[in-house]
Write a protein that binds this ligand. Structure first.
Ligand code: G6P
Length: 368
């Protein structure tokens, strides 16, 4: 009913709008006196120091959070992070030792491939830490430690607030372990933590301006195919933007690391192809813009995504630009994903799709 949907037309819209609050609920109990406190994890400084690598295991959008986690945690901890799809991890004879930390990400806590992969990691001796939304679910119960995302029930098949809160937990884990390791200077720690706490308010600013994205959706909703390009964290967010779009709008889309375009996908760019170019990550802005120039010269329409400080620069080349507030570079995915969710939502709305229950998809996949 409309009441259940909080006055919104779809659960997906309600859940997109709930994200700032969901992040506040997820992070605030775990930040005390200017530091991240995850003492219930029972990870000692020695455990973290001896850690040989982190193995992130997940499916779907949770896997995309893992793709972000690789860039974030490797930067903060200088430890190797391998991200593997659960359905692959199960059968790839993974290299895991008793010094490996398996980080299992799942909204439902019941995805069968993720559960089986987690059991395999455990059998091989890894310590298993899970990030789960559904309290008391199987993955939560079977892991050595669980960090719940306090997103509340997520009804729409396409995840939004679970993704955002999973990502918030990645920052908490990164900061917590960085402090145990002493792998980043204190001022950098303080800067990232205060930017993390500012994310909900910055997200609210993006959500207040959602009609801009609805306008872009009204221009592009009939495009037969879309490409999402970006580098580093922008690439990880592009993967999620592309998945959201195809899940609910049924438009063919692909996400590509921008530098990889010329090794194949550029052959598909022709006049009228829509390219969503993510270029929030300042250190690689110029590199991604050079790819934007390449697709523009082949006739693509380019919808750019960057931060407010680079919007004018990007608008010189892109047809339209969406901008999000500036933040610490590692935190950009938390902001960039919101316009990607809104774009998918409004495109699907324009196309008259069954947004909360897209064809062939299930909220939780409990059979292999
Ligand atoms: C299904 C859902 C996706 C979700 C994936 C993993 O395919 O449709 O939205 O990302 O499962 O689910 P999990 O509950 O393990 O995060």
């Amino acid at each position: 009913s409309a009441a259940e949907k909080g006055g919104y037309e779809h659960f997906m819209a309600k859940e997109i709008m709930e994200q700032p609050e969901a992040i506040r609920k997820t992070i605030s109990p775990r930040i005390q006196d200017g530091r991240v406190v995850l003492d219930d994890l029972a990870l000692t400084a020695r455990d973290v120091a001896e850690m040989d690598k982190l193995c992130v295991i997940a499916c779907g959008s949770s896997y995309h959070v893992g793709m972000n986690a690789k860039y974030i945690l490797e930067k903060l901890l200088r430890k190797p992070v391998e991200v593997t799809l659960a359905s692959e991890f199960r059968y790839c004879d993974p290299i895991v030792t008793e010094h490996t930390l398996a980080l299992v990400i799942s909204q439902s806590g019941e995805t069968i491939d993720t559960l089986a992969a987690m059991r395999e990691a455990k059998r091989l001796g890894a310590k298993v830490l899970s990030i789960v939304n559904v309290v008391g679910s199987t993955i939560a119960r079977e892991s050595d430690g669980v960090l719940y995302t306090w997103a509340g029930p997520e009804i729409a098949v396409a995840t939004t607030k679970a993704y955002s809160t999973q990502l918030a937990v990645i920052y908490l884990i990164g900061l917590y372990c960085a402090q145990l390791l002493g792998s980043i200077p204190q001022d950098e720690y303080d800067g990232i933590l205060s930017e993390l706490q500012a994310i909900p308010d910055k997200m609210e600013e993006i959500l207040e301006n959602r009609s801009d994205i609805q306008y872009f959706a009204s221009i592009y909703f009939n495009h037969p195919s879309m490409f999402f390009i970006g580098r580093n964290l922008d690439y990880a967010v592009g993967l999620e933007g592309s998945l959201k779009l195809k899940e609910i709008s049924y438009i063919h889309s692909e996400a590509y690391a921008a530098g990889e375009l010329k090794h194949g996908t550029i052959s598909l760019i022709e006049p009228g192809t829509l390219v969503v170019a993510l270029a929030g990550y300042g250190a690689l802005f110029e590199k991604t813009m050079s790819n934007v120039v390449e697709v523009k010269s082949r006739g693509a329409d380019v919808l750019g995504l960057t931060t407010h400080s680079r919007a004018a620069e990007m608008a010189k080349t892109a047809d339209h630009v969406i901008s999000v507030p500036d933040t610490h570079p590692l935190l950009l995915p938390s902001l960039e994903v919101v316009p990607m969710q809104l774009l998918a939502y409004y495109v699907a709305l324009q196309r008259g799709c069954d947004i909360d229950k897209p064809r062939n998809l299930a909220k939780s996949v409990t059979v292999e």
